[in-house]
Design a protein around this ligand. Structure first.
Ligand code: GDP
Ligand code: CA
Length: 312
């Protein structure tokens, strides 16, 4: 059994490759839920949905969120009322959030609802929220003149386009959160634990902040292998650099290695970063060099195979 820690797009692309090279039913993805929030009264779980839609082959090909061939009639109609629509939800995507919200209101757990949604999409891989308890990423930013303000993750990332400089990041509710049912047992039992190429601060960070998960990973360190989301000193996509820098993490595969060193024995770094392998090794993490830019599902499958081979 392969267990994968996952954020959104980077993880989804990697997982789509992974299920081409191993039996999809042998894979369990534990997904970040600290980006979850309510919009228009609906419970939205961006990373769970990105992984779900991508494994279903229904994701929007470029956007990085939502479904392909989506329409926005509801959002456009809300504009009539002057409602806040900076967080765009497509018409078909809205069905997911309507369903999730109703089931949670009925008392189902997020783990249960996620299983219902992934089954409905015909996904053979198990997708688990990191926790059924609410954890929320909060980004403290510095405004002009130095005033500090705390923003919800989506306010910073979507509404303000990740522009305000970041001073601090916290995961509200994490200390009291419990790992999702089975998450710790699956980490303990997995043959291999993968850390997908995801944002180290706001995708993998919240998973590690749920009490018990980091310790469970440390115990499996020899079987934990990560893929660096940073190639040649920059993220492939997304704001990882705007979060790592201010938090004192070098924006490089070496910075990722240092951040993961306690629980991750091996890190796959891109061929373009081969010159930094010695520094990754010096951080106590075995560097494995491979092409890691996932331009399509075939390439992603090759990246996944390299990653598995790294701990074979
Ligand atoms: P988000 O919630 O959509 O931002 O999702 P993630 O945290 O999973 O993904 C963002 C991270 O994935 C970024 O740091 C990217 O650099 C990384 N990423 C995206 N595509 C690729 C790729 O093809 N190769 C590698 N190595 N990293 C990637
Ligand atoms: Ca995310």
């Amino acid at each position: 059994m392969i267990l994968a820690l996952a954020g959104g797009v980077g993880a989804a692309r990697f997982l789509r490759g992974l299920v081409r090279v191993v039996d999809p039913t042998s894979v369990t993805a534990v997904v970040n839920t600290a980006d979850d929030d309510r919009f228009h009264g609906l419970c939205v779980s961006p990373d769970l949905d990105t992984v779900t839609y991508t494994l279903a082959g229904a994701e929007h090909p470029e956007q990085g969120w939502g479904l392909a061939d989506e329409t926005f009639t509801v959002m456009d109609s809300l504009d009539r009322f002057g409602a806040d629509t900076w967080f765009r939800l497509g018409d078909r995507d809205l069905a997911t959030h309507l369903y999730r919200t109703r089931r949670l209101d009925e008392g189902a757990t997020l783990t249960e609802v996620t299983a219902e949604i992934t089954t409905a999409w015909g996904i053979a891989t198990t997708i688990l929220p990191m926790s059924d308890d609410r954890v929320a990423t909060r980004v403290t930013v510095s405004r002009d003149g130095g005033r500090r303000e705390v923003l919800a993750m989506q306010e910073w990332f979507v509404r303000e386009r990740a522009n305000p400089p970041v001073v601090a990041v916290e995961f509200a509710g994490a200390e009291a959160a419990r790992p999702g049912p089975n998450v710790l047992a699956l980490i303990a039992a997995a043959d291999i634990v993968l850390v997908c190429p995801s944002n180290p601060v706001i995708s993998i960070g919240p998973i590690l902040a749920v009490p018990g998960i980091r310790e469970a990973l440390v115990a499996r360190r020899d079987r934990v292998v990560g893929v660096s989301p940073i190639i040649s000193g920059a993220p492939v996509k997304g704001p990882a650099d705007r979060l790592m820098g201010p938090l004192g993490i070098e924006v490089s595969c070496v910075g990722v290695a240092r951040t993961y060193a306690e629980f991750c024995g091996t890190l796959v770094i891109d061929a373009g970063d081969a010159g930094r392998a010695a520094e990754v090794n010096a951080a106590g993490v075995r560097a494995v060099v491979a092409d890691t830019l996932m331009t399509d599902a075939r390439v992603a499958a090759a990246v996944a195979q390299h990653t598995l081979d790294a701990v074979a």
